[in-house]
Design a protein around this ligand. Structure first.
Ligand SMILES: C[S@@+](CC[C@H](N)C(=O)[O-])C[C@H]1O[C@@H](n2cnc3c(N)ncnc32)[C@H](O)[C@@H]1O
Length: 265
């Protein structure tokens, strides 16, 4: 993982070099439309408040839970005692990005959604709420965290979510084997090069001409920057949009040329 200073430097570079987020100078009609109607949609959807109320409850919860640590990617699990508020403050996608994912789902209507890394289910709830006709299959290894995610879904009366418990290395191949196609995926766990690439390749086996994959923390470490670069260069990827804290790739077969954008958000 890069130091905070390095990430700040990289973020400044992104701000100075990315296109301005207004769509000017963007020669792709698809990207122009994305910037206008998704990225810059400032509507305050009523769903936002319902989900943010639950995030706020978690941010105030000083209880502790025993959490299995899947770090270093091994099958070996050690547990740590962690405070719920601290996890809520550090592990969940912020409201700005979770709400962007909500708008992506609301706009493009993906039906089969896969999330890798549920945590307390806040972003999952955004994805599931944005399109009630979708099914969100979300994956989490830590039992106590998963329990809180299930409570989140109950509080929001969300019934279009399937929770898969266990190490991604086992649960994800099983999920993908069962699916006919994957329209949208959010990859937000185990931020290292090898597993991220493996998840990408697995997801690709069930992609279609409208699939959208979102990768979290693409500038978090040299490994993540490298894997993000490799993903954008994969022949199946016909458009990539770097928003610094997340990267979005479109697997759209009907684009004539592959394009890569860095857009301010
Ligand atoms: C960054 S959090 C997910 C946050 C969530 N997507 C959100 O925005 O609200 C990543 C989660 O992945 C889980 N995780 C990481 N590596 C894993 C693995 N190899 N198998 C199963 N779960 C894992 C962690 O326990 C953690 O809860």
């Amino acid at each position: 993982m890069y130091s905070k200073f390095t990430i700040a430097q990289k973020y400044l570079h992104y701000l100075l070099t990315s296109s301005n987020g207004k769509g000017h100078g963007t020669h792709s009609p698809f990207v122009f439309d994305f910037i206008l109607n998704v990225l810059n949609d400032k509507t305050v959807y009523p769903d936002y408040k319902k989900i943010e109320n639950i995030r706020n409850e978690l941010l105030k919860n000083k209880n502790t839970i025993e959490v299995e640590d899947f770090g270093a990617g091994s099958g070996v699990i050690k547990t740590n005692t962690r405070r719920i508020d601290k996890i809520a403050a550090s592990s969940l996608k912020s409201k700005k990005y979770a709400q962007l994912l909500y708008r992506v789902v609301k706009y493009y209507h993906p039906k089969q959604i896969v999330e890798i890394g549920t945590s307390f289910g806040i972003t999952t709830s955004y994805l599931a709420t944005a399109n009630s006709n979708s099914v969100v299959i979300t994956h989490e290894g830590a039992t106590s965290i998963l329990k809180i995610a299930a409570e989140t879904f109950n509080k929001l009366s969300l019934s279009n979510i399937q929770l898969k418990k266990g190490n991604f290395s086992e649960t994800l191949p099983a999920t993908i084997a069962d699916l006919r196609t994957i329209d949208f995926a959010f990859i937000d766990g185990n931020h290292r090069k090898k597993p991220t690439w493996e998840y990408f390749e697995l997801l690709l086996t069930k992609s279609n001409e409208n699939s959208i994959f979102v990768f979290d923390d693409i500038h978090w470490s040299i490994e993540m920057e490298n894997v993000w670069k490799e993903i954008t260069l994969h022949p199946a990827v016909t458009l990539s949009i770097d928003l610094f804290f997340i990267g979005i790739v479109f697997i759209k077969k009907d684009f004539k040329v592959t394009q890569h954008f860095s857009v301010q958000f």
